[in-house]
Design a protein around this ligand. Sequence first.
Ligand code: SAH
Length: 225
Amino acid sequence: MINKSRLDSNRQGIGMTSQGTRDRLVSRLRLDGIKDERVLNAITQVPRHEFVDEALASRAYEDSALPIGQSQTISQPWIVARMTEALLDQGNPDKVLEVGTGSGYQAAILSRLIPQVFTVERIDELLRLARRRFHGLRMNNIYVRYADGHLGWPSQAPFDGIMVTAAAQNVPQELLDQLKVGGVLVIPVGSNGCQKLKTYRRVEDGIEESEICDVVFVPMLSGLT
Ligand code: SAH
């Protein structure tokens, strides 16, 4: 006789993609300095293995970046967590923009924490897959757009926070312009050899800049493909 519960567990990928595996990733992120419990909770909730190719699912809860096709990568969980912490720092944002949807994982994490998440991507094929994942996971508060993120999303601006998940040579002025007062832009800045994760907070009389750490991101490119 076929054991139905065993079949169900197999289908859920008990083992490499189980809740226990996800919890171990969260313990590791905590040891590595991630403190915001809201962020750790979101990482517990979102199935990262659904955002990579099936062949890589067993590696989804390692703390490493993984390829997602089109020469792009899903960021390492620690970076996702650290950038999300920086975006939530000093507040409870209601409306944020992500530039570089990629697999959709970062947007999915944000959607557990923030009422409205807008995300733009310049590679149509990646955006299509991400949209399908959001739909499958019933993440109805994520709004996607096929566009060059250098321009932000003017019709939805201003935002409480903006996160860029590709490295910019220079900080796009349009993104700074689309921040509310008190809002923060989290962005890797620099070229291949040397990239720094930075934050830019809009205050009443200007912008406050600070640096988080060295990072390695794919480049932010112009135009659509
Ligand atoms: N946040 C993603 C990481 C994707 S990697 C995730 O969680 O999986 C960076 C992504 O930024 C790539 O998909 C790349 O195509 C996209 N990107 C690069 N330049 C861009 C631009 N100007 N506008 C929009 N997306 C861009």
